[in-house]
Design a protein around this ligand. Sequence first.
Ligand code: SAM
Length: 333
Amino acid sequence: MSTLSDPFGRTISYLRLSVTDRCDLRCRYCMTEHMQFLPKRDLLTLEELDRLATAFVALGTRKLRITGGEPLVRKNIISLFRAMSRHLESGALDELTLTTNGTQLARHAAELVDCGVKRINVSLDTLDAEKFAHVTRWGRLEQVLEGVAAAKAAGLRVKINTVALKGFNEEELFALVDWCAAEGHDLTFIELMPMGEFDDALQLSQYWPLSDVRARLASRFTIEPLSERTGGPATYVRLVESGQKVGFITPLTHNFCESCNRVRVTCTGDLFTCLGQEGRADLRAPLRAGPDDDLLVAAIRDAIAHKPRGHDFDYSRTGVAGRMSRTMSHTGG
Ligand code: SAM
């Protein structure tokens, strides 16, 4: 089967697949406290997720990132990792990974390794237990730190993703950097995206541009820009004194569209071909039309043929960020 190329000659080799909209935390910048989750019938089943991911792999996807919601709260999610490991074993897939809040990692780290996962992203905004409970509305920092420790002990490489929040983790910047250096974790900062549907003044006042984060780092470290790009919105530097690699994800900028190699699929089977979310294609209907994958493959090909050249965010278009918790696309995450 020929691989997926869009009209601008970009090869699509990276799929982010959301497996649930549910989460056991309610990070204030991500979800409202009383989230209405989707009815179960709307979610793709684990078998459908397998078929869908497998179709992408057959079409040239080399990297598969499982995300959510919180992927590890989905019942039996390890069976999907196990199923995907056959693509690693066959050589069709280079990397199987996930983005997680870490609460369930202590339970699952060893199984993930067994399924061929080598690297994971863990979202963590603070090392202060009280602040952690506040930002997540009820999370226990200790549980996440245990999860991260279990991941490390199991042999997983961990990248910590931290949303930069003014007046919240600003004063912890060096503590986070030092902790990651001591533990051997990579670290990436994510710029806060305004979630329009929350109408929360707090969010805008907490916006901390990553240019400032970088300048603050430069007050203590020599910063060496790295040329590596991953086809997404992250740029990387090395802190010369500690040797650490630090990433910056600015989801709302659009200086990476030329090299964009990625698409994402929500837990309901909506395919988004651009971070700007202009294009959406329903893959659930073709999946449910029958056991044959012809319709599914045709729908994927058709959507990629319409992948936009790039995106340019308009902060007033509130729907964009508002849907992110179901589709979360940019991060590391
Ligand atoms: N539950 C998993 C986790 O915590 O990583 C995966 C889904 S979570 C929505 C993915 C990432 O999006 C996390 O790193 C989270 O901090 C980030 N995120 C959520 N809302 C955001 C926002 N408004 N601005 C920037 N990043 C956000």
